[in-house]
Write a protein that binds this ligand. Structure first.
Ligand SMILES: [Zn+2]
Length: 464
Protein backbone atom coordinates (compact mmCIF):
# COMPACT_ATOMS: atom_id res chain seq x y z
CA UNK A 1 0.00 0.00 0.00
CA UNK A 2 2.79 2.32 0.99
CA UNK A 3 4.55 1.56 -2.29
CA UNK A 4 1.39 2.22 -4.28
CA UNK A 5 0.88 5.58 -2.54
CA UNK A 6 4.44 6.55 -3.35
CA UNK A 7 3.91 5.57 -6.99
CA UNK A 8 0.72 7.64 -7.20
CA UNK A 9 2.52 10.55 -5.55
CA UNK A 10 5.41 10.28 -8.03
CA UNK A 11 3.04 10.05 -10.98
CA UNK A 12 1.27 13.11 -9.61
CA UNK A 13 4.58 14.98 -9.43
CA UNK A 14 5.35 13.96 -12.99
CA UNK A 15 2.01 14.99 -14.39
CA UNK A 16 2.18 18.25 -12.42
CA UNK A 17 5.52 19.08 -14.02
CA UNK A 18 4.08 18.25 -17.44
CA UNK A 19 1.05 20.37 -16.80
CA UNK A 20 3.10 23.39 -15.79
CA UNK A 21 4.98 23.29 -19.09
CA UNK A 22 1.84 22.61 -21.05
CA UNK A 23 0.15 25.54 -19.35
CA UNK A 24 3.06 27.89 -20.02
CA UNK A 25 3.16 26.97 -23.72
CA UNK A 26 -0.61 27.41 -23.95
CA UNK A 27 -0.27 30.90 -22.44
CA UNK A 28 2.52 31.83 -24.86
CA UNK A 29 0.52 30.74 -27.92
CA UNK A 30 -2.67 32.37 -26.58
CA UNK A 31 -1.01 35.76 -26.12
CA UNK A 32 0.78 35.53 -29.48
CA UNK A 33 -2.43 34.71 -31.36
CA UNK A 34 -4.83 37.05 -29.58
CA UNK A 35 -2.67 40.02 -28.64
CA UNK A 36 -0.06 40.20 -31.40
CA UNK A 37 2.59 42.89 -31.60
CA UNK A 38 4.95 41.30 -34.11
CA UNK A 39 2.60 41.77 -37.03
CA UNK A 40 2.19 45.50 -36.24
CA UNK A 41 5.95 45.94 -35.91
CA UNK A 42 6.39 44.23 -39.27
CA UNK A 43 3.74 46.47 -40.83
CA UNK A 44 5.76 49.50 -39.74
CA UNK A 45 9.13 48.07 -40.83
CA UNK A 46 7.74 47.09 -44.23
CA UNK A 47 5.26 49.79 -45.09
CA UNK A 48 6.62 52.85 -43.28
CA UNK A 49 10.34 52.10 -43.74
CA UNK A 50 10.70 49.57 -46.59
CA UNK A 51 13.75 47.71 -47.96
CA UNK A 52 16.70 48.05 -45.57
CA UNK A 53 19.90 47.55 -47.51
CA UNK A 54 23.01 47.93 -45.31
CA UNK A 55 24.18 51.52 -45.11
CA UNK A 56 20.87 52.96 -46.36
CA UNK A 57 18.69 55.54 -44.63
CA UNK A 58 16.02 52.84 -44.27
CA UNK A 59 18.45 50.55 -42.43
CA UNK A 60 19.14 53.38 -39.95
CA UNK A 61 15.40 54.05 -39.59
CA UNK A 62 14.89 50.36 -38.80
CA UNK A 63 17.60 50.55 -36.12
CA UNK A 64 15.92 53.58 -34.53
CA UNK A 65 12.43 52.10 -34.76
CA UNK A 66 13.20 48.66 -33.31
CA UNK A 67 15.28 50.20 -30.51
CA UNK A 68 12.38 52.48 -29.56
CA UNK A 69 9.92 49.55 -29.61
CA UNK A 70 12.20 47.38 -27.45
CA UNK A 71 12.48 50.28 -24.99
CA UNK A 72 8.68 50.30 -24.70
CA UNK A 73 8.72 46.64 -23.60
CA UNK A 74 10.34 47.51 -20.28
CA UNK A 75 13.39 45.29 -20.75
CA UNK A 76 16.31 45.57 -18.34
CA UNK A 77 18.60 46.99 -20.99
CA UNK A 78 18.41 48.06 -24.64
CA UNK A 79 21.47 49.18 -26.58
CA UNK A 80 23.05 49.63 -29.99
CA UNK A 81 26.23 47.80 -30.90
CA UNK A 82 28.22 49.72 -33.54
CA UNK A 83 29.49 47.92 -36.63
CA UNK A 84 30.98 49.12 -39.92
CA UNK A 85 29.03 47.83 -42.91
CA UNK A 86 29.54 47.82 -46.69
CA UNK A 87 27.38 50.19 -48.69
CA UNK A 88 26.35 49.06 -52.17
CA UNK A 89 23.78 51.08 -54.09
CA UNK A 90 21.69 49.92 -57.05
CA UNK A 91 21.33 53.28 -58.79
CA UNK A 92 18.70 53.73 -61.49
CA UNK A 93 16.64 50.66 -62.55
CA UNK A 94 18.42 48.16 -64.77
CA UNK A 95 17.41 47.59 -68.38
CA UNK A 96 17.88 44.53 -70.62
CA UNK A 97 16.78 42.96 -73.86
CA UNK A 98 17.84 40.20 -76.20
CA UNK A 99 18.10 40.69 -79.94
CA UNK A 100 17.41 37.59 -82.01
CA UNK A 101 17.89 39.36 -85.33
CA UNK A 102 19.22 42.92 -85.78
CA UNK A 103 16.47 45.37 -84.86
CA UNK A 104 14.17 42.72 -83.35
CA UNK A 105 14.53 42.93 -79.59
CA UNK A 106 12.55 41.64 -76.60
CA UNK A 107 12.82 43.28 -73.19
CA UNK A 108 13.47 41.00 -70.21
CA UNK A 109 13.42 41.81 -66.48
CA UNK A 110 16.82 41.82 -64.77
CA UNK A 111 18.37 43.23 -61.60
CA UNK A 112 22.00 43.73 -60.64
CA UNK A 113 23.43 41.25 -58.15
CA UNK A 114 24.46 42.77 -54.83
CA UNK A 115 28.10 43.83 -55.03
CA UNK A 116 28.24 43.85 -58.82
CA UNK A 117 30.00 46.56 -60.78
CA UNK A 118 28.10 48.68 -63.30
CA UNK A 119 28.14 48.18 -67.03
CA UNK A 120 29.81 50.96 -69.01
CA UNK A 121 27.42 53.98 -69.17
CA UNK A 122 25.96 53.04 -72.57
CA UNK A 123 25.37 49.44 -71.47
CA UNK A 124 26.89 46.18 -72.63
CA UNK A 125 25.87 44.20 -75.72
CA UNK A 126 27.42 40.88 -76.69
CA UNK A 127 26.77 37.35 -77.86
CA UNK A 128 25.60 34.91 -75.24
CA UNK A 129 26.80 31.49 -74.20
CA UNK A 130 24.45 29.43 -72.05
CA UNK A 131 25.84 27.07 -69.43
CA UNK A 132 24.34 24.87 -66.73
CA UNK A 133 27.04 25.53 -64.19
CA UNK A 134 30.52 26.78 -63.35
CA UNK A 135 32.19 23.44 -64.19
CA UNK A 136 31.06 23.81 -67.82
CA UNK A 137 33.29 26.88 -68.24
CA UNK A 138 36.44 24.78 -68.21
CA UNK A 139 35.07 22.39 -70.84
CA UNK A 140 34.18 25.28 -73.14
CA UNK A 141 37.45 27.11 -72.56
CA UNK A 142 38.49 30.67 -73.32
CA UNK A 143 38.00 30.21 -77.05
CA UNK A 144 34.22 29.84 -76.75
CA UNK A 145 33.72 32.27 -73.84
CA UNK A 146 35.94 35.29 -74.53
CA UNK A 147 34.02 38.47 -75.38
CA UNK A 148 30.64 36.90 -74.54
CA UNK A 149 28.05 37.20 -71.81
CA UNK A 150 27.85 33.91 -69.90
CA UNK A 151 24.26 32.92 -69.11
CA UNK A 152 24.08 30.58 -66.09
CA UNK A 153 20.76 28.76 -66.41
CA UNK A 154 20.76 25.76 -64.06
CA UNK A 155 17.25 25.70 -62.52
CA UNK A 156 16.11 24.58 -59.06
CA UNK A 157 15.71 20.81 -58.81
CA UNK A 158 11.92 20.55 -58.45
CA UNK A 159 12.16 17.06 -56.97
CA UNK A 160 13.76 18.37 -53.79
CA UNK A 161 11.18 18.83 -51.03
CA UNK A 162 13.52 21.22 -49.21
CA UNK A 163 13.65 24.40 -51.29
CA UNK A 164 16.75 25.34 -49.30
CA UNK A 165 18.46 22.28 -50.76
CA UNK A 166 17.35 23.36 -54.26
CA UNK A 167 18.74 26.85 -53.57
CA UNK A 168 22.00 25.40 -52.27
CA UNK A 169 22.27 23.37 -55.47
CA UNK A 170 22.15 26.48 -57.68
CA UNK A 171 23.46 29.46 -55.75
CA UNK A 172 27.13 28.95 -56.67
CA UNK A 173 26.19 30.29 -60.13
CA UNK A 174 25.06 33.57 -58.56
CA UNK A 175 27.80 33.84 -55.95
CA UNK A 176 30.88 32.81 -57.95
CA UNK A 177 29.65 33.00 -61.57
CA UNK A 178 31.18 36.39 -62.39
CA UNK A 179 34.56 35.61 -60.80
CA UNK A 180 34.80 32.28 -62.64
CA UNK A 181 33.46 33.42 -66.04
CA UNK A 182 35.77 36.45 -65.91
CA UNK A 183 38.80 34.10 -65.87
CA UNK A 184 37.83 32.90 -69.36
CA UNK A 185 37.38 36.40 -70.80
CA UNK A 186 33.60 36.76 -70.38
CA UNK A 187 32.44 40.40 -70.49
CA UNK A 188 29.40 39.96 -68.20
CA UNK A 189 27.12 37.34 -66.69
CA UNK A 190 23.37 36.78 -66.46
CA UNK A 191 22.10 34.31 -63.86
CA UNK A 192 18.74 32.56 -63.75
CA UNK A 193 16.89 33.83 -60.66
CA UNK A 194 17.10 31.62 -57.57
CA UNK A 195 13.45 30.55 -57.54
CA UNK A 196 11.36 27.58 -58.63
CA UNK A 197 8.43 29.73 -59.71
CA UNK A 198 8.19 30.84 -63.35
CA UNK A 199 7.43 34.57 -63.31
CA UNK A 200 8.75 38.00 -64.29
CA UNK A 201 10.54 38.93 -61.07
CA UNK A 202 14.34 38.91 -60.96
CA UNK A 203 15.83 37.86 -57.60
CA UNK A 204 18.94 39.67 -56.40
CA UNK A 205 21.44 38.33 -53.85
CA UNK A 206 25.06 38.55 -52.88
CA UNK A 207 27.99 37.70 -55.14
CA UNK A 208 31.74 37.74 -54.81
CA UNK A 209 34.57 38.62 -57.18
CA UNK A 210 36.97 36.60 -55.05
CA UNK A 211 40.48 37.91 -55.66
CA UNK A 212 39.67 39.34 -59.11
CA UNK A 213 41.48 42.72 -59.48
CA UNK A 214 39.06 45.69 -59.63
CA UNK A 215 39.90 46.44 -63.27
CA UNK A 216 38.95 42.89 -64.35
CA UNK A 217 35.54 42.72 -62.65
CA UNK A 218 32.60 42.08 -64.98
CA UNK A 219 28.96 43.12 -64.37
CA UNK A 220 26.55 40.48 -63.06
CA UNK A 221 22.76 40.46 -63.10
CA UNK A 222 19.90 38.09 -62.37
CA UNK A 223 17.22 37.50 -64.99
CA UNK A 224 13.64 36.45 -64.13
CA UNK A 225 12.90 32.75 -64.55
CA UNK A 226 10.49 33.42 -67.45
CA UNK A 227 13.10 35.69 -69.05
CA UNK A 228 15.67 32.90 -68.64
CA UNK A 229 13.38 30.37 -70.33
CA UNK A 230 12.70 32.78 -73.20
CA UNK A 231 16.36 33.54 -73.69
CA UNK A 232 17.28 29.85 -73.59
CA UNK A 233 14.65 28.96 -76.20
CA UNK A 234 15.73 31.85 -78.42
CA UNK A 235 19.38 30.80 -78.21
CA UNK A 236 18.43 27.30 -79.34
CA UNK A 237 16.74 28.79 -82.43
CA UNK A 238 19.51 31.29 -83.07
CA UNK A 239 22.87 30.91 -81.38
CA UNK A 240 23.87 34.38 -82.61
CA UNK A 241 21.25 36.09 -80.40
CA UNK A 242 22.76 39.10 -78.62
CA UNK A 243 22.02 40.28 -75.10
CA UNK A 244 22.09 43.89 -73.93
CA UNK A 245 22.03 45.12 -70.35
CA UNK A 246 22.66 48.31 -68.50
CA UNK A 247 23.11 48.86 -64.79
CA UNK A 248 24.81 51.60 -62.78
CA UNK A 249 25.20 50.13 -59.31
CA UNK A 250 28.16 51.12 -57.16
CA UNK A 251 30.15 49.97 -54.14
CA UNK A 252 30.76 52.95 -51.83
CA UNK A 253 32.87 53.36 -48.69
CA UNK A 254 31.88 51.39 -45.55
CA UNK A 255 29.55 53.24 -43.19
CA UNK A 256 28.75 52.95 -39.49
CA UNK A 257 25.64 51.01 -38.56
CA UNK A 258 24.37 48.98 -35.60
CA UNK A 259 23.10 45.70 -34.22
CA UNK A 260 20.08 46.35 -31.98
CA UNK A 261 20.18 44.47 -28.67
CA UNK A 262 17.76 44.17 -25.75
CA UNK A 263 17.81 41.88 -22.72
CA UNK A 264 16.00 40.58 -19.69
CA UNK A 265 18.54 39.81 -16.95
CA UNK A 266 18.47 36.25 -15.63
CA UNK A 267 17.20 35.82 -12.07
CA UNK A 268 19.50 32.96 -11.01
CA UNK A 269 22.12 32.55 -13.76
CA UNK A 270 22.53 36.08 -15.17
CA UNK A 271 25.91 35.20 -16.68
CA UNK A 272 24.44 32.46 -18.85
CA UNK A 273 23.21 34.22 -21.99
CA UNK A 274 20.56 32.97 -24.39
CA UNK A 275 19.98 34.92 -27.59
CA UNK A 276 17.22 35.01 -30.15
CA UNK A 277 17.48 37.00 -33.36
CA UNK A 278 17.05 37.73 -37.03
CA UNK A 279 18.67 40.19 -39.41
CA UNK A 280 17.43 43.75 -39.70
CA UNK A 281 18.94 44.52 -43.11
CA UNK A 282 17.25 43.29 -46.27
CA UNK A 283 17.56 43.55 -50.02
CA UNK A 284 16.12 46.63 -51.65
CA UNK A 285 13.74 45.31 -54.34
CA UNK A 286 10.89 44.49 -51.94
CA UNK A 287 10.47 45.55 -48.32
CA UNK A 288 12.14 42.51 -46.77
CA UNK A 289 9.01 41.30 -44.95
CA UNK A 290 9.85 37.59 -45.10
CA UNK A 291 13.64 38.06 -45.31
CA UNK A 292 14.05 38.91 -42.57
CA UNK A 293 11.62 41.43 -41.11
CA UNK A 294 9.60 38.42 -39.96
CA UNK A 295 12.54 36.94 -38.03
CA UNK A 296 13.25 40.29 -36.36
CA UNK A 297 9.74 40.90 -35.09
CA UNK A 298 9.36 37.25 -34.02
CA UNK A 299 12.56 37.59 -31.99
CA UNK A 300 11.29 40.79 -30.37
CA UNK A 301 8.04 38.95 -29.65
CA UNK A 302 9.91 36.21 -27.75
CA UNK A 303 10.91 38.66 -25.02
CA UNK A 304 7.48 40.29 -24.95
CA UNK A 305 5.68 36.94 -24.76
CA UNK A 306 7.84 35.77 -21.86
CA UNK A 307 7.11 39.03 -20.03
CA UNK A 308 3.38 39.07 -20.86
CA UNK A 309 2.95 35.50 -19.60
CA UNK A 310 4.66 36.40 -16.34
CA UNK A 311 7.67 34.17 -16.87
CA UNK A 312 10.84 35.24 -15.07
CA UNK A 313 13.84 33.74 -16.88
CA UNK A 314 16.66 32.21 -14.83
CA UNK A 315 19.17 33.05 -17.52
CA UNK A 316 19.72 36.32 -19.39
CA UNK A 317 17.55 36.39 -22.51
CA UNK A 318 18.70 38.69 -25.28
CA UNK A 319 17.14 39.71 -28.57
CA UNK A 320 19.70 40.63 -31.22
CA UNK A 321 18.70 42.24 -34.52
CA UNK A 322 21.78 41.76 -36.67
CA UNK A 323 22.84 44.24 -39.35
CA UNK A 324 24.25 43.26 -42.75
CA UNK A 325 23.54 39.54 -43.04
CA UNK A 326 22.76 39.84 -46.74
CA UNK A 327 25.93 41.35 -48.10
CA UNK A 328 28.64 40.91 -45.52
CA UNK A 329 27.56 39.25 -42.25
CA UNK A 330 29.35 42.06 -40.42
CA UNK A 331 26.72 42.25 -37.65
CA UNK A 332 26.90 38.56 -36.79
CA UNK A 333 30.69 38.58 -36.82
CA UNK A 334 30.86 41.73 -34.69
CA UNK A 335 28.42 40.38 -32.11
CA UNK A 336 30.50 37.19 -31.73
CA UNK A 337 33.74 39.22 -31.52
CA UNK A 338 32.39 41.48 -28.77
CA UNK A 339 30.93 38.50 -26.88
CA UNK A 340 34.32 36.81 -26.94
CA UNK A 341 36.28 39.89 -25.89
CA UNK A 342 33.83 40.48 -23.01
CA UNK A 343 34.16 36.82 -21.97
CA UNK A 344 30.41 36.38 -22.19
CA UNK A 345 29.05 32.87 -21.73
CA UNK A 346 26.50 32.20 -24.47
CA UNK A 347 24.73 28.89 -23.90
CA UNK A 348 21.95 29.10 -26.49
CA UNK A 349 21.18 30.93 -29.73
CA UNK A 350 18.08 30.78 -31.92
CA UNK A 351 17.63 32.49 -35.29
CA UNK A 352 14.57 32.94 -37.48
CA UNK A 353 15.67 33.62 -41.06
CA UNK A 354 13.61 31.39 -43.34
CA UNK A 355 10.47 33.47 -43.83
CA UNK A 356 7.38 34.13 -41.76
CA UNK A 357 5.50 31.03 -42.92
CA UNK A 358 3.77 28.35 -40.79
CA UNK A 359 6.35 27.01 -38.33
CA UNK A 360 7.15 23.31 -38.55
CA UNK A 361 9.93 22.99 -35.99
CA UNK A 362 13.63 23.55 -35.52
CA UNK A 363 16.94 22.71 -37.10
CA UNK A 364 19.35 22.02 -34.23
CA UNK A 365 23.10 22.41 -34.26
CA UNK A 366 24.26 20.85 -30.97
CA UNK A 367 25.61 17.80 -29.15
CA UNK A 368 23.67 14.52 -29.12
CA UNK A 369 22.78 15.10 -25.46
CA UNK A 370 21.20 18.46 -26.20
CA UNK A 371 19.47 17.10 -29.28
CA UNK A 372 17.89 14.34 -27.17
CA UNK A 373 16.85 16.89 -24.59
CA UNK A 374 15.01 19.02 -27.15
CA UNK A 375 13.47 15.87 -28.67
CA UNK A 376 12.06 14.99 -25.24
CA UNK A 377 9.92 18.17 -25.41
CA UNK A 378 8.36 17.15 -28.70
CA UNK A 379 5.01 16.21 -27.18
CA UNK A 380 4.61 19.68 -25.72
CA UNK A 381 4.71 21.13 -29.25
CA UNK A 382 2.38 18.63 -30.87
CA UNK A 383 -0.87 20.52 -30.06
CA UNK A 384 0.55 23.38 -32.16
CA UNK A 385 1.45 21.07 -35.09
CA UNK A 386 5.17 21.59 -34.49
CA UNK A 387 6.86 18.28 -35.15
CA UNK A 388 10.13 18.83 -36.98
CA UNK A 389 13.22 18.49 -34.77
CA UNK A 390 16.20 17.73 -36.96
CA UNK A 391 19.94 18.17 -36.76
CA UNK A 392 21.18 20.81 -39.15
CA UNK A 393 22.44 24.37 -39.54
CA UNK A 394 20.98 27.12 -37.33
CA UNK A 395 21.39 30.60 -38.82
CA UNK A 396 24.08 32.66 -40.52
CA UNK A 397 24.14 35.45 -37.90
CA UNK A 398 24.44 33.19 -34.86
CA UNK A 399 26.87 30.72 -36.41
CA UNK A 400 29.99 32.83 -35.61
CA UNK A 401 29.16 32.41 -31.88
CA UNK A 402 29.25 28.64 -32.07
CA UNK A 403 31.13 26.57 -29.47
CA UNK A 404 30.89 22.84 -28.78
CA UNK A 405 28.95 23.54 -25.57
CA UNK A 406 26.28 25.67 -27.17
CA UNK A 407 22.83 24.74 -28.34
CA UNK A 408 22.13 26.54 -31.61
CA UNK A 409 18.78 26.41 -33.36
CA UNK A 410 17.04 27.77 -36.44
CA UNK A 411 13.27 28.11 -36.72
CA UNK A 412 12.08 25.99 -39.65
CA UNK A 413 8.87 27.24 -41.23
CA UNK A 414 7.21 25.62 -44.22
CA UNK A 415 9.53 26.33 -47.15
CA UNK A 416 7.48 25.73 -50.29
CA UNK A 417 6.73 29.41 -50.98
CA UNK A 418 9.84 31.04 -49.53
CA UNK A 419 11.78 31.26 -52.80
CA UNK A 420 8.75 32.73 -54.60
CA UNK A 421 9.62 35.90 -52.64
CA UNK A 422 13.24 35.60 -51.54
CA UNK A 423 15.26 38.71 -52.56
CA UNK A 424 12.60 39.78 -55.09
CA UNK A 425 10.21 42.73 -55.44
CA UNK A 426 7.35 40.64 -54.05
CA UNK A 427 8.97 40.09 -50.65
CA UNK A 428 6.35 42.39 -49.21
CA UNK A 429 4.07 42.68 -46.20
CA UNK A 430 0.87 41.39 -47.83
CA UNK A 431 2.59 38.03 -48.38
CA UNK A 432 3.04 37.49 -44.64
CA UNK A 433 0.10 35.91 -42.85
CA UNK A 434 -0.52 37.25 -39.35
CA UNK A 435 -1.36 33.91 -37.74
CA UNK A 436 1.56 32.12 -39.39
CA UNK A 437 3.95 34.85 -38.22
CA UNK A 438 2.61 34.80 -34.66
CA UNK A 439 2.65 30.98 -34.52
CA UNK A 440 6.36 31.20 -35.33
CA UNK A 441 6.98 33.74 -32.56
CA UNK A 442 5.15 31.55 -30.03
CA UNK A 443 7.09 28.47 -31.14
CA UNK A 444 10.37 30.32 -30.63
CA UNK A 445 9.31 31.66 -27.23
CA UNK A 446 8.30 28.14 -26.17
CA UNK A 447 11.72 26.72 -27.00
CA UNK A 448 13.43 29.61 -25.21
CA UNK A 449 11.24 28.98 -22.15
CA UNK A 450 12.08 25.26 -22.07
CA UNK A 451 15.82 25.74 -22.58
CA UNK A 452 15.87 28.41 -19.88
CA UNK A 453 13.93 26.24 -17.45
CA UNK A 454 15.84 23.00 -17.97
CA UNK A 455 19.25 24.31 -19.07
CA UNK A 456 21.71 23.13 -21.68
CA UNK A 457 23.62 19.86 -21.23
CA UNK A 458 27.33 20.48 -20.72
CA UNK A 459 29.69 18.75 -23.13
CA UNK A 460 31.42 15.81 -21.43
CA UNK A 461 35.05 16.65 -20.80
CA UNK A 462 37.37 13.80 -21.75
CA UNK A 463 39.78 13.14 -18.90
CA UNK A 464 43.51 12.85 -19.32
ZN1 LIG B 1 17.72 36.33 -44.58
Amino acid sequence: MKKLCLLIFMLGMFSYAQTADEAQLRKIYDVSLTNAKGYDWLNHLSNQIGGRLSGSIQAQQAVDYTKSQLEKLGLDRVWLQPVMVPKWVRGTPEFAYYESTPGLSTNVPICALGGSVATRPGGLKANVIEVQGIEELETLGREKIEGKIVFFNRPFDQKLVSTFAAYAGCVDQRYMGAAEAGKYGAVGIIVRSMSSRIDDLPHTGSMSYGDTPVKDRIPAAAISTRGADLLSTTLKLNAETKFYFKQNCEQLEDVKSFNVVGEIKGSTHPNEIMIVGGHLDSWDLGDGSHDDGAGCVQSMEVLRLLKETGYKPKRTIRVVLFMNEENGLRGGNEYAKVAKSNNENHVFALESDAGGFTPRGFSLDCSDANFEKVQSWKELFEPYLIHLFVKGPSGADIDPLKTSDMLLAGLRPDLQRYFDHHHAANDTFEHVNKRELQMGAATMASLVYLVDKYGVEPTKKIKG
